[in-house]
Ligand binder design. Structure first.
Ligand code: SAH
Ligand code: SF4
Ligand code: F3S
Length: 481
């Protein structure tokens, strides 16, 4: 059972990304001898990794603290996806360095996606850290900490072809006790030319289905009512049982998780347009508890740019997938990721992205300016030739377009009755609760006697661009809270 509970932190690939510190709550936690402070950046998978790290450290007697100044060990789980993410981390490390001046015995460690690339610089040139540990080496953390304590610089950035941390039950951090993330695979084999992930996280590997089902079942037994299955490309999940030689595809895994209980909602992220299959869409249609929401990153609306990005689909191919989603799942929420100003992008390419957005009418999008990452194929092959001010203006146009569609889709919800899983109090008022619809839209409504973990039918009465407002019509039976 998790020892930590509190607020849910939903952090996405956001340029304004803030680090999130973990919250220890129990008295026992405060009594432990050594304290660790972990700050996390980047995608949900990285946040989930911090929960694995917390489990490994807890096993070794570490407690957690939200106050870095009180910690014996400060860990920063880093992201390398865009330059800005890296700059934020380096700034934080400078701050920890000055903290260390007053407390020289404190150890500072870098985990995650920046580890491999910056280890020499961080350890030697800048002497910012004592410990550098890559995403596949967290089991060696206790040994590395011991090494660092004895005054040596401790490093393990080896990537693995097998590690999935399948047997480790993550310590749920900053959790609302209702929704949880479960990693089903690690790494990525797609060589999108702009992307650093295959270099920082290594080869793709899937986690055994039994361990995923076990974790989801445990979560349900602990009162969780929603799991999000995580992978960089969930549609390429594939497991062959070593004994029976029986294969499990993503669609089959999804079905197995959905069968744990009709009262466990299932979500997943991220789908790759080249790999999402009819089998997955039909499985979604068959199970009411598989949420009708797909995050399908397009990156660009221009086939020429998609080819340069090595996304391996065309504009038309992407649109066909969206059409298939609409046919099989008429009420499905759809979101995406878009990059503005990739190498050689012309005004005509940019217009194609805008027109594709009009066709897809996304409910939400994460939108970024292209940021060249050293070592990627794009950095080696192409020139980052779209001037920053042009990138900025194109991004602005993309953002404005997204707002229009998002608001329009929110307005269409007004008057409908939607089933909402209550996640807890709303951010703004203790008198209101919030939760999401099947289609992943956040709804805020008066609390009355309802509680988190309950499913309620809510009549939507109004909206903003990001939130629906409503009134509970009735609680759904059974009341599992
Ligand atoms: N695996 C997911 C995406 C992971 S990274 C997928 O394939 O869709 C999340 C998002 O960050 C990407 O979808 C992309 O839009 C963005 N991104 C990745 N590298 C980037 C870069 N170099 N510059 C700007 N945005 C980038
Ligand atoms: Fe990066 Fe492409 Fe893999 Fe996504 S699919 S993580 S964008 S290489
Ligand atoms: Fe960042 Fe690594 Fe995730 S680069 S987006 S933390 S996989």
């Amino acid at each position: 059972m998790s020892r930590f509970h509190g607020r849910l932190t939903t952090v996405a690939f956001d340029e304004s990304l803030q680090g999130t510190a973990l919250e220890p709550t129990s008295h026992e936690e405060m009594q432990r001898e050594k304290k660790c402070y972990i700050e996390s950046y980047g995608c949900q998978m990285n946040f989930n990794d911090s929960e694995i790290v917390a489990a490994i450290l807890q096993e070794r007697g570490y407690g957690l603290t939200t106050d870095a100044a009180k910690a014996d060990l400060v860990l920063i789980n880093t992201c390398a996806i865009r330059e800005k993410a890296e700059l934020t981390v380096r700034k934080r490390l400078q701050e920890f360095k000055s903290l260390k001046k007053h407390k020289p015995e404190m150890l500072v460690g870098v985990l995650g996606c920046m580890a491999e690339r910056l280890r020499h610089r961080l350890l030697e040139e800048e002497k910012l850290v004592d410990l550098v540990v890559g995403p596949d080496a967290y089991r060696s953390l206790p040994a590395l900490i011991a090494e660092a304590e004895s005054g040596q610089k401790a490093v393990n950035v080896l990537l693995s072809r097998e590690e999935t941390y399948a047997d480790i039950s993550p310590v749920r951090l900053n959790s609302n006790g209702v929704t949880a993330f479960v990693s089903i695979m690690r790494g990525c084999n797609n060589m999108c030319t702009f992307c650093v992930v295959p270099f920082t996280r290594g080869r793709e590997r899937s986690r055994p289905p039994e361990s995923i089902i076990r974790e989801c079942r445990e979560l349900f037994d602990q009162g969780y009512r929603e799991v999000t299955l995580l992978g960089q490309n969930v549609d390429s999940y594939y497991w062959i049982d070593p004994q029976s030689q029986q294969a499990t595809t993503f669609a089959q895994l999804l079905e197995q998780v959905a069968r744990i209980s009709p009262w466990l909602r299932v979500r997943f992220s991220t789908s790759h347009p080249k790999d999402i299959t009819d089998e997955v869409l039909l499985t979604m249609a068959r199970y009411p508890n598989i949420c009708k929401y797909i995050h399908l990153p397009v990156q660009s609306g221009s086939t020429r740019i998609l080819q340069l990005m090595n996304r391996t689909y065309t504009r038309e191919g992407y649109l066909k997938k969206v059409q298939r989603i609409r046919e099989i799942l008429p009420d499905c929420g759809l979101s995406t990721d878009i990059i503005a100003g990739f190498c050689t992008e012309t005004e005509a390419d940019h217009q194609e992205t805008l027109s594709l957005m009009d066709i897809c009418s996304y409910d939400m999008a994460y939108m970024f300016m292209y940021s060249e990452r050293p070592g990627t194929l794009a950095a080696r092959r192409y020139t980052d030739d779209v001037p920053p001010e042009v990138k900025k203006r194109r991004l602005q146009e993309i953002v404005e377009k997204e707002r229009i569609h998002a608001l329009k889709n929110m307005q269409k919800e007004v008057g409908k009755v939607r089933t909402v899983l209550i996640e807890g109090p709303s951010k703004r008022s203790e008198q209101d609760l919030c939760g999401r619809t099947d289609q992943n839209k956040m709804v805020v409504f008066p609390k009355k006697h309802y509680r988190k973990g309950q499913y309620v039918n809510v009549r939507i009465t109004g909206c903003t661009a990001a939130t629906l407002l409503g009134e509970v019509v009735e609680a759904c039976v059974p009341d599992m809270a």
